[in-house]
Design a protein around this ligand. Structure first.
Ligand code: LCS
Length: 395
């Protein structure tokens, strides 16, 4: 399918896909081959010169991986996709493609811990300068721009605070300054938010999360808006080698077919759970973009098609009570990661964001009492009963 369908339910199944040309397989075959034979020397040379279409070597391209790349590029309205071995590999490919020695980047401070750690502790060794700041305030971004700023990186909603950044406003600013805007869209998925349509230049995902949806694959993807950006990023990815494996691609492609269904069910659960938690006497605060109490509820309504299924909260009894609660859940699983059919609960300060120093965490709003839930597709009543019994044990 090339034309845009009316519904995301159609796009996730057919977008960018065509029947297998060999045998008409309805499901894309797994081309588990590292290399592809040439008919003769002339064909091999023509493929390397880019004069003939076709596959050469799986690090450079593979039919199963292409099917996944076409699917996500279609959903994100991008020029093309580049699947990577992990979400971190998508990010590092982007960073290396855009940043030079002595260049500067601005990033959302409440990002997934390793997303800033890779810059702060590794790329800084190569002379790259950075500011991880509150990107929900456009004036704050303007104040941190430097003559050598070469990248604006947003994670919205942010992991784990669920704070939003205004993609359209950031895109306008980035355009004015000639800086590429990259958005990590992992927490929304393209079903709920399309950053490229809001003016971003590149969108990335950890495919490990909602797109795959079954907690059984690690993967990532990069989708730029233009051919020029695609060529730059593809060159870096191919040279750095963070490519995906065909079997991994096939599993994610299978997961994407039910993305819209899973997102619909999990966010229906999330809004009800957020309301339940907000009204619970032992809960001190809840952050969920679908609640009118969320500081950016209006922005969420404007830039997202739904509020998603990630939420965080703190208990009256602080982290001691929170730890008792996460030890007491029976249906929710105590595990990091997110976006799967099963509900997961975790404590960012001691788990996903433990590598970020405490003062940086606190400045970013990742308080010690913050508990994060990735709401899954179970029945709402079962999830509510589980949280209710776990909360009762913290009293
Ligand atoms: N971007 C976001 C927003 C993420 O949440 C993660 C992983 C990544 C990038 C990196 O992707 P990966 O390499 O793991 O595929 N977030 C995780 C989390 O919150 N818990 O465990 C992993």
């Amino acid at each position: 399918m090339k034309d845009k369908p009316k519904s995301e339910f159609t796009g996730v199944i057919h977008g960018g896909q065509h029947l297998d040309p060999s045998y008409g397989g309805v499901s894309v075959p797994i081309y588990q081959s590292s290399t592809f034979a040439f008919k003769n020397a002339a064909q091999g040379a023509a493929r390397f010169a880019g004069k003939e279409k076709g596959y050469i070597y799986t690090r450079i391209g593979n039919p199963t991986i292409s099917a996944l790349e076409n699917s996500v590029a279609f959903l994100e309205n991008g020029y093309g996709g580049m699947a990577t071995s992990s979400g971190m590999s998508a990010l590092t490919t982007i960073l290396i493609a855009f940043l030079d020695k002595n260049s500067h980047m601005i990033g959302t401070e409440a990002v997934y811990g390793p997303s800033r750690m890779v810059v702060e502790s590794e790329l800084s060794r190569f002379g790259i300068e950075y500011d991880y700041i509150d990107t929900s305030d456009i004036k704050n971004i303007e104040a941190h721009l430097r003559p050598n700023t070469r990248l604006l990186f947003l994670e919205t909603p942010a992991n784990p605070t669920i704070i939003l950044s205004d993609i359209r406003a950031c895109a306008d600013l980035a355009k004015k300054k000639g800086i590429p805007l990259v958005v990590d869209n992992t927490f929304s998925s393209p079903v709920l938010q399309k950053p490229l349509d809001l003016g971003a230049d590149v969108v990335m995902h950890s495919l490990t999360k909602f797109l795959n949806g079954h907690s059984d694959v690690v993967g990532g993807i990069i989708v730029p808006k233009t051919e020029e950006l695609f060529k730059r990023l593809r060159k870096v990815l191919t040279l750095m080698g963070g490519t995906m494996d065909p079997h991994q691609a096939w599993l994610v492609l299978r997961g994407i077919k039910t993305l819209a269904l899973r997102v619909e069910k999990s966010q229906e659960n999330a809004i009800k759970l957020a309301q339940f938690l907000e009204n619970h006497p032992q809960v001190k605060w809840v952050n969920y973009p679908g609640l009118p109490s969320h500081p950016q509820h209006d922005l969420a309504k404007k830039q997202m098609k739904g509020f998603g299924s990630m939420l965080c909260f703190g208990l009256q009894g602080g982290y001691d009570a929170g730890r008792k609660m996460i030890d007491a859940v029976k249906l929710c699983t105590l595990a990091v990661s997110l976006g799967g059919v099963e509900s997961l609960i975790q404590h960012p300060a001691s788990m996903t964001h433990a590598g970020v120093p405490k003062e940086k965490r606190e400045k970013a709003g990742i308080s010690d009492d913050l508990i994060r839930i990735s709401v899954g597709c179970e029945g709402y009543e079962d999830l509510k009963d589980d949280l209710e019994q776990a909360l009762a044990q913290t009293a």
